[in-house]
Design a protein around this ligand. Structure first.
Ligand SMILES: [Zn+2]
Length: 163
């Protein structure tokens, strides 16, 4: 799959989650594109570490790569138990219908082709301490990581460019 760049390409590849601009999820987009697939292992939710995600809810074109990302990260660290010991099993989820931080345009999370991982190591607006090996795994799968943006968003991995 070609990684789309810019809003027009993003819409042509993934569809439009808000076709009629009413800032509500488009039911047709949701039905056609969003899928729920099991994660390779449970991930704790960053805002409540007692809550665990066992599934990933995201775009059908992105979900398999997100699965592969977590699978490869576990492979790199020697398994889920090791990751858990290192607090590397914490994420902030994938699909969320919302606007960009401090803006009115849609967040890429509204397409379900972005996910937030290790927000405690890559908090929005601060220098990312997410291990370079993890970023490299994401990039090898086509994800852009927000850790090097002018306003860093180290936790953020997206399957698009320039948006
Ligand atoms: Zn994000």
């Amino acid at each position: 799959m070609r990684i789309p760049s810019g809003l027009n390409e993003i819409k042509s590849v993934y569809g439009d989650p808000d076709r009629n601009h009413d800032f509500a999820p488009d039911p047709d987009f949701t039905r056609r594109n969003l899928v729920k697939v099991p994660l390779p292992y449970p991930l704790r939710l960053s805002w409540n570490l007692d809550l665990v995600s066992r599934n990933l809810y995201g775009h059908r074109l992105a979900a398999p790569r997100i699965y592969t990302f977590f699978d490869q990260v576990a492979g790199y660290y020697g398994g889920y138990q090791k990751m858990k010991e290192l607090d590397l099993d914490i994420w902030g989820g994938c699909y969320q219908f919302r606007s960009k931080r401090g803006g009115r345009s849609l967040s890429v999370h509204a397409w379900g082709m972005a996910f937030d991982y290790l927000p405690h190591l890559g908090p929005f607006g601060k220098r990312s301490r997410i291990p370079a090996e993890i970023v490299a795994i994401g990039e090898s799968l086509g994800f852009e990581n927000g850790g090097t943006w002018s306003v860093p968003d180290g936790m953020h991995f997206q399957l698009c460019r320039d948006y």
